[in-house]
Design a protein around this ligand. Structure first.
Ligand SMILES: [Zn+2]
Ligand SMILES: [Zn+2]
Length: 292
């Protein structure tokens, strides 16, 4: 049994590594190509930042630019290779217990219009992520991992994917549950939703003064998310505010929205951020030791 599981882990990791390679050498089409999709979205948002900067004094290669650029590819590809084998084991255990995608689904979308399927999947997923994000701020043990993302001192698009690898571990099962609850979902929908969330996430962290006018009550935006990273928290939001990922509506509905002004001049970080390691290697183990 153990040998079988170890085989499963190594085969899945190899399979994921091959998938990453097929992305890089463009054997995967644009519509599903995370590597080049992520790279293209990054270049577009970066160019927009350089042409229309919100904080004009911010350099093109801002503080920690390269660290964040590395995080982008690490979290998306390198870490997925490492973790994929363990997820394969989990899935096998689930199947062993008689739990399948079909047995868990509470709504069956297969008869719905594709646009409606897509919308429901996106909204459910976003709400689950909003909830998880709020929990990351509330639970001290989890907050220590999330500190890596909040150690950003100057905001730019690549900051979007600076986060501790434990966040992958925490978010991924939730996403899987979301997909499982909604039966009959077409896989290509996941790509559309994921690319849309990468675009909005990049924009939210960019040096662009965008808030989409009245749409800001639905869609998260750079002005709102900058305050999520504020060093000084207002009295009424001591555990943080603006937890939205792609949608801002949850923060407005549940009274955690806070956008006092739009100058873009907000001190970023969190109390105690001087203690976080500045290198990627140091941040890998951050959160596991209580003295930090
Ligand atoms: Zn946060
Ligand atoms: Zn952020």
């Amino acid at each position: 049994m153990l040998i079988e599981l170890m085989d499963l882990v190594s085969n899945t990791a190899m399979g994921t590594a091959q998938w990453v390679w097929r992305n890089i050498v463009f054997e995967v089409p644009w519509s599903q190509n995370y590597f080049w999709g992520l790279t293209l979205i990054s270049l577009i948002v970066w160019t927009a930042e350089l042409v229309f900067p919100w904080r004009k004094e911010q350099k093109a290669f801002r503080h920690d630019f390269w660290l964040d650029a590395f995080y982008m590819y690490f979290n998306f590809f390198i870490f997925s290779i490492v973790i994929s084998g363990f997820y394969a084991v989990l899935t096998k255990l689930f199947l062993h217990a008689g739990l399948t995608m079909e047995s868990l689904s509470i709504v069956d979308l297969s008869q719905w219009y594709p646009v409606a399927q897509l919308l429901l999947f996106f909204v459910v997923l976003d709400f689950l992520q909003w909830t998880t994000h709020k929990i990351l701020h509330r639970v001290p043990f989890l907050w220590r991992f999330h500190q890596v993302h909040h150690s950003i001192k100057e905001m730019g698009f690549a900051g979007h994917l600076r986060y501790h690898w434990m966040e992958n571990v925490l978010y991924k099962p939730l996403k899987t549950v979301g997909v499982m609850l909604i039966g009959g979902l077409e896989p290509q929908h996941a790509f559309v939703v994921h690319f849309f969330t990468i675009i909005i996430g990049h924009i939210n962290h960019s040096n662009l003064r965008l808030d989409y006018g009245p749409l800001r009550y639905i869609l998260n935006n750079p002005v709102m998310h900058l305050y999520h990273h504020a060093y000084n928290l207002p009295k009424e939001h001591q555990h943080g505010m603006n937890f939205g990922l792609t949608l801002s509506i949850w923060d407005y509905l549940f009274k955690s929205a806070y956008v006092p002004e739009r100058s873009g001049k907000v001190k970023l970080g969190y109390k105690g951020d001087e203690n976080i390691p500045t290198s990627f290697k140091g941040q890998l183990t951050h959160g596991f030791f209580s003295h930090r």
